[in-house]
Design a protein around this ligand. Structure first.
Ligand SMILES: *[C@@H]1O[C@H](CO)[C@@H](O)[C@H](O)[C@H]1NC(C)=O
Ligand SMILES: *[C@@H]1O[C@H](CO)[C@@H](O)[C@H](O)[C@H]1NC(C)=O
Ligand SMILES: *[C@@H]1O[C@H](CO)[C@@H](O)[C@H](O)[C@H]1NC(C)=O
Ligand SMILES: *[C@@H]1O[C@H](CO)[C@@H](O)[C@H](O)[C@H]1NC(C)=O
Length: 808
């Protein structure tokens, strides 16, 4: 047996082929939108996932291989992410069934060589990420030849050594091109030159910028167009001529330059400004830059940057912060700028002098810095006018405390439309404020406000008060279009009467229990409501209402995810998504349900009882039960009888069945007459022998069940005398006796029953259901108790004869 099983297993494993020598685990972490997130699962193989999946995230696992049947059947899959595994082998046909795939991420793996066959069938592919693997070249034949829809391409890594002409054959236009070429040593001029139009280009050229500037120049020359935004990454710009390769881009009149994750010195900044002299650059971004200088850049003040519009500094680390001489040095550039962002650069002040240079500035973002109430006053030139053209001011995420001081400072910015003071330390609102009349957008989210006041401007169109400590909000804002109140402690929706123009309201993550149709009705223009993640009470009124809202039946769109509407109570529904909740009638109309069902049950019960009573069902039931018992014990006794002597068991001559009401007659007439030897009969031989009667009153064993008593009495008696009368017919016990004796009679055969009519009683006086009695009365002759004294001896004689009958 065991050997057979082993054999079958062997056969099976042979049949399933060499390729599935492992047991594939499965992953079912898919959401409503068929997006399956199987990342961080410690998987060593591609898991089994539903064929329906549209998006499959396998990033950060330990997958080393993709076999040719790991992904078969996934013809609907649009996104496949294998980032951050240890992939070394991909079967040439592994992706063949992924006809719909639009986004493929193979970055951060250990692929030593790329195979053009992987991508053959991926005609829908729009984004391909091959960054950071172990390949040193793209290889031939050209990898991307069939990818006609490709718009985003990312490749390269620390091991990429060469890029050859023709490597990118077939790639015609891209929105995004990222090439990591920090260690690139061979570049055929023109390799990237056929791609046009080209949206954004990011190139990491650490090594070439340091040691092989002609290679860097050749590459930049190939990707630079006036409309293309160029980002240079991982540069180390120090010393003379370090920015020389940029001349290639400058010559092509590139307008958007970004530097990312690089290090630079004062000297190189000056060089850069010189290289860009006269070039129509409009935007310069510096992100994640370490500056080793002191900001001494004025030697470039002769250069021309009239076209510069926008400066962005983000996450800049100035190593010598205390020696840094402020942006004042860039005076010759600052006057032209219209947009400056200095984000997360540890700025604690921008001197008023600098602010006053920014005569054309419309947009100032100083978010995520160290401005205080005091230094903000300096930055916005407390006493004199400045930044008169400013439209947008973003001072969010600064340690500011006083809303009234800030309000005083911005009051003079007469063109200000957007003010972002989110993430500040403002905890209270003055009762009155004076905002520029132009202000339309105010963001005070993530502050510490506990109340609101008339400080809020009446011309506001967008107001964000989310993530504060507000318990209520009501204020007349006639032109407000957007109101954000998420992350507060509101219990109710605000009343719509205050916001006649409101179109968008978000009130997620509050303590809202419910809202009603009339609440929504009070907003005249509301189109978009976000009210998820609240403590909803799933009552019978609210659930159907919210479900109809979620289905969009009311004209107002609940635009947050359906599964963010979750019941908080009642307890048994806690955590249930409202759209899936089905409340039953029992829960929703409890009082009505209970009263109706009780009433109904009562009615049915009564009706049933009446019916049963009318049909004598109880009597019949009792009868059936008795009948069954009797049948059983009579069988038992018959078995006994077969072994023992019948006569020994019979100890009575007759069992007398009578109604309690006829007891007088039985005790006064019958017992004395039959049990005592009669004088007249003494002459007749045998007649002197007295009869023994079994009477229930006298001979039943106390403590036994009455039915048992009746049955054994009947069985131990030779005959049964029924004393029939009106009373008898009415007595239940008599009926049992009658009925049981019927068996007995039947079993014993012959005339074991003797009927005595105590009063005239015709067969028709007996109720129909006593069919046995009726039958008996018609088949057996009965003795009638004579009313006349003189006929009674005759009666007794007949009775005695009947009783002795068979014995003699
Ligand atoms: C992957 O496997 C290596 C060794 O095989 C192990 O050290 C590592 O913890 C695994 N990583 C995960 C995420 O399972
Ligand atoms: C260049 O390659 C060497 C090894 O080949 C590696 O150690 C180094 O990190 C690479 N340089 C960069 C900037 O990635
Ligand atoms: C202000 O800056 C923050 C953080 O940098 C940003 O999230 C927000 O969008 C900016 N606000 C505006 C109005 O641009
Ligand atoms: C308000 O600022 C926060 C944080 O900067 C941001 O997340 C939010 O989108 C802004 N609100 C609006 C309406 O722009």
């Amino acid at each position: 047996m065991r050997r057979a099983t082993r054999f079958i297993i062997l056969i099976l494993s042979l049949c399933s082929g060499q390729r599935s020598d492992h047991r594939r685990s499965s992953c079912s972490r898919c959401d409503l939108h068929l997006s399956c997130n199987c990342s961080y699962g410690e998987l060593s193989h591609v898991p089994m996932v539903t064929d329906e999946a549209l998006s499959l995230d396998l990033s950060f696992n330990n997958i080393t291989v993709v076999t040719d049947n790991d992904l078969t059947g996934h013809s609907r899959l649009k996104v496949l992410n294998l980032h951050g595994n240890r992939l070394a082998v991909i079967h040439p046909l592994a992706f063949d069934s992924l006809w719909s795939l639009e986004d493929l991420d193979l970055s951060d793996n250990q692929l030593k060589a790329l195979n053009h066959q992987w991508f053959w069938k991926l005609e829908a592919l729009q984004r391909l990420n091959l960054l950071n693997n172990l390949y040193s070249c793209l290889g031939s034949p050209p990898l991307f030849h069939g990818l006609v829809r490709l718009r985003r391409l990312l490749f390269g890594g620390p091991t990429l050594k060469e890029l050859r002409r023709g490597d990118l054959c077939g790639v015609t236009q891209l929105e995004e091109l990222t090439v990591e070429a920090n260690n690139l040593t061979i570049y055929d001029s023109g390799t990237l030159g056929d791609i046009w139009p080209l949206g954004r280009v990011t190139v990491s050229l650490h090594g070439p910028f340091l040691t092989n500037t002609s290679l860097a120049s050749a590459m930049l020359d190939d990707v630079s167009y006036p409309e293309t935004s160029i980002t240079l990454k991982d540069l180390y710009l120090k010393g003379p001529e370090s920015v020389a390769p940029l001349k290639a881009s400058a010559k092509k009149r590139v307008r958007h330059f970004s530097f990312y994750k690089s290090e630079t010195s004062d000297e190189s900044v000056v060089d850069l400004l010189v290289v860009l002299d006269g070039v129509p650059v409009t935007r310069l971004n510096f992100e994640d830059i370490t500056l080793t200088g002191e900001g001494r850049w004025e030697t470039a003040n002769w250069t021309d940057h009239k076209s510069l519009d926008e400066f962005l500094f983000k996450n800049i680390v100035v190593l010598d912060l205390f020696k840094f001489s402020s942006l004042l040095q860039l005076k010759f550039v600052l006057q032209y700028l219209r947009k400056i962002s200095v984000i997360n650069c540890k700025v604690y002040v921008m001197p008023c002098q600098t602010s006053q240079l920014l005569v054309n500035l419309q947009y100032l973002d100083l978010s995520n810095n160290l401005l205080t109430d005091l230094t903000l006053a300096e930055t916005l030139c407390d006493k004199s006018s400045t930044l008169e053209d400013l439209r947008v001011l973003n001072i969010s995420k600064n340690p500011l405390r006083s809303l009234s001081k800030m309000n005083r400072l911005v009051a003079k910015l007469t063109k200000l439309t957007h003010l972002d003071i989110s993430g500040t330390g403002y905890s209270s609102m003055p009762s009155n404020c004076s905002w520029p009349s132009s202000l339309r957008y105010l963001n005070i989210s993530g502050a510490k406000l506990t109340n609101t006041s008339h400080c809020l401007h009446t011309n506001l169109e967008v107001l964000d008060l989310s993530f504060n400590d507000l318990k209520s909000f009501s204020m007349d804002l006639p032109v407000l279009r957007e109101l954000h109140l998420s992350g507060n402690k509101l219990l109710r929706l605000p009343s719509g009467q205050h916001f006649p123009s409101l179109q968008t309201l978000s009130i997620q993550s509050n303590t809202l229990n419910w809202f009603s149709y009339s609440d929504l009705q009070s907003f005249r223009r509301l189109e978009d409501l976000r009210a998820g993640q609240n403590k909803l009470i799933c009552s019978c009124d609210f659930v159907p209402f919210l479900q109809s809202q979620l289905r969009g039946e009311a004209g107002i769109q609940l635009s947050d995810r359906e599964d963010s509407y979750v019941c908080d109570s009642p307890l048994y529904l806690q955590g249930a998504v409202v759209s899936g909740v089905r409340l039953s009638v029992v829960e929703c109309h409890q009082v009505v349900f209970v009263s109706v069902s009780c009433g109904l049950a009562l009615f049915v019960g009564m009706l049933g009882s009446a019916l049963l009573w009318r049909l004598h069902a109880f009597w019949y039931l009792k009868m059936i039960w008795t009948w069954l018992k009797a049948k059983r014990s009579s069988q038992k006794r018959r078995r006994q009888k077969d072994t023992e002597d019948t006569e020994a068991l019979l100890c009575f001559d007759a069992f007398v069945s009578y109604s309690e009401r006829d007891a007088g007659w039985v005790e006064n007439y019958m017992v004395p007459e039959l049990e005592e030897p009669s004088k007249e009969d003494s002459g007749i031989p045998g007649s002197s022998h007295s009869l023994t009667l079994c009477l229930h009153k006298r001979d039943f064993l106390p403590g036994r069940w009455i039915m048992d008593n009746i049955m054994s009495a009947i069985e131990r008696s030779r005959r049964t005398i029924f004393v029939l009368s009106e009373n008898f017919v009415q007595s239940d016990w008599c009926r049992y006796e009658l009925d049981f004796s019927h068996f007995w009679l039947f079993d014993a055969g012959g005339d074991a029953a003797i009927l005595i009519l105590l009063e005239p009683l015709s067969k028709d006086d007996v109720p129909k259901r006593f069919c046995k009695l009726r039958k008996l009365m018609s088949s057996t002759t009965y003795l009638e108790w004579p009313q006349e004294e003189e006929r009674r001896p005759e009666f007794w004689r007949s009775l005695r004869e009947a009783l002795r009958g068979e014995n003699e």
